[in-house]
Design a protein around this ligand. Structure first.
Ligand code: AMP
Ligand code: MG
Length: 412
């Protein structure tokens, strides 16, 4: 909470993070064009329509264990073993009263049998097999359709395809799928001071890091990217590039030049050439962020400080891309509450996305700020494993305080 001596950073004209999110999602409709692709190319793509199971999975009753298949109704007495059955090689004769069949995991249950006793509970002497403990009807048998019954929805349309989803489709024998076409995103960085890597730095120049960061974040989301390079702070050059970008892409992203300085042209150009829905936000880092439309394309003008570029991308551009790609929600990352392992500094007034590290404590995971928090400190972002999300009204916090955390790395 705020302490008396910390002045507020609140800007009454700026939108809150929640308001901005609402505006952005409402103006980010899903694309509808579908394409058919082989299942092997499905990773990271978005399923365009629900898939119904054309068959039961599993298709046959089969054994969950290596053991003996038998009829539970014959009682707990010994059985005569009359054969063996392996996965992929069904046993053709029925199991009759007093008999059992040696069975391996995944083998089809022979006709007549209803139960499998694991081999650990069996004593075999010649063809005689005795069993320890009670024989429970149906034990260790995988029933047809237990995983997925025929006709049920295997995956809903809008599923972002992860390895398990591809596995489910493969388990149904499906080899071709309908997905939405990839979102096409054109981007460029702006700034007179920017120089590409590999060139010597002139006086006052810096290397352009944002363009590669943007390209990489976009690739992780499976978008088709168009790198339009680095454009100097010349309104005519920026206008030209915006025009080209708006015609070729579903979404256009720029970095830099979006604030109120004399070399900042993005917001006014967007106003002249398209529509601006949002400009200033009550957040840190990333107060200026232009969002609107350039013709048919969504437009994001991100701030130039690399950490601001990344934070605004993850908070706003990523959800907009996920929605435009046609994925089912939620589009924003889950938030977990963790205790602080170290004190944290913050002025009240703006929602703050501090870069954090996860720490394995004696009583579970904790979180601590990752180094310096200024928006030009890119190494802090490189060390970060999470964002610590602090509400606008919050001030500095002592260790042990519970804070909201968004994990940066997805498991799947
Ligand atoms: P701007 O948003 O254009 O006012 O830029 C804010 C700060 O970010 C300035 O210090 C810029 O030099 C820096 N910056 C802008 N674009 C980039 C970029 N592509 N790579 C690295 N730093 C940048
Ligand atoms: Mg600039």
């Amino acid at each position: 909470m705020a302490t008396c001596c910390e002045h507020s950073e609140h800007d009454p004209e700026a939108k809150s993070v929640a308001e901005a999110m609402e505006i952005i999602l409402a103006a980010s409709p899903p694309i509808r064009d579908q394409i058919a692709i082989p299942l092997e190319e499905g990773l990271g793509r978005v399923l365009a329509a629900s898939v119904q199971a054309p068959m039961d999975v599993p298709a046959w009753p089969n054994s969950a264990m290596d053991g003996y298949a038998l009829r539970a109704g014959d009682g707990d007495g010994p059985r005569k073993c009359v054969g063996s059955v392996f996965a992929g090689h069904p046993y053709l004769a029925p199991v009759t009263e007093g008999q059992c069949v040696r069975i391996m995991t995944g083998a089809v249950l022979p006709e007549g049998a209803d139960t499998v006793i694991p081999q650990e509970l069996a004593n075999r002497e010649g063809s005689q097999v005795r069993f320890h403990g009670e024989i429970l009807s149906g034990a260790n048998v995988r029933q047809p359709g237990e995983d997925l019954p025929m006709g049920n929805t295997a995956l809903p349309g809008g599923t972002l395809l992860r390895p398990a989803h591809l596995g489910v489709l493969a388990s149904l024998g499906i080899s071709e799928i309908a997905v939405f076409r990839p979102l096409r995103v054109a981007f460029f960085s702006t700034g007179d001071e920017l120089q590409p890597a590999g060139q010597p730095l002139g006086p006052g120049q810096i290397y352009d890091s944002n363009r590669l960061i943007l390209q990489s974040m976009l690739r992780r989301l499976g978008t088709e990217t168009v790198d339009l390079g680095c454009i100097c702070d010349d309104p005519d050059r920026i206008r030209e590039t915006l025009e080209k970008a708006g015609q070729m892409a579903d979404m256009v992203i720029t970095t830099g030049g979006v604030s109120v300085g004399d070399a900042d042209h993005i917001a006014s150009l967007l106003g002249q050439m398209g529509s601006v829905y949002l400009w200033k936000m009550n957040m840190k880092p990333g107060r200026p962020l232009a969002f609107g439309h350039l013709g048919q394309a969504s437009f994001f003008g991100l701030p130039g400080n690399p950490v601001s570029t990344m934070v605004t991308f993850y908070q706003f551009v990523r959800p907009a891309i996920l929605r435009r790609m046609g994925t089912l929600g939620p589009w924003t990352p889950p938030v977990f509450r963790l205790p602080l392992a170290a004190p944290l500094r913050k002025k009240p007034g703006r929602t703050d996305f501090q870069r954090g590290r996860l720490i394995a404590g004696e009583n579970g995971w904790m979180v601590a700020p990752a180094g310096a928090q200024s928006s030009h400190i890119l190494t802090g972002m490189a060390q970060a494993e999470c964002f610590i999300v602090l509400p606008a009204e919050s001030g500095s916090l002592p260790p042990g305080s519970l804070v909201d955390v968004q994990i940066l790395e997805g498991l799947v």
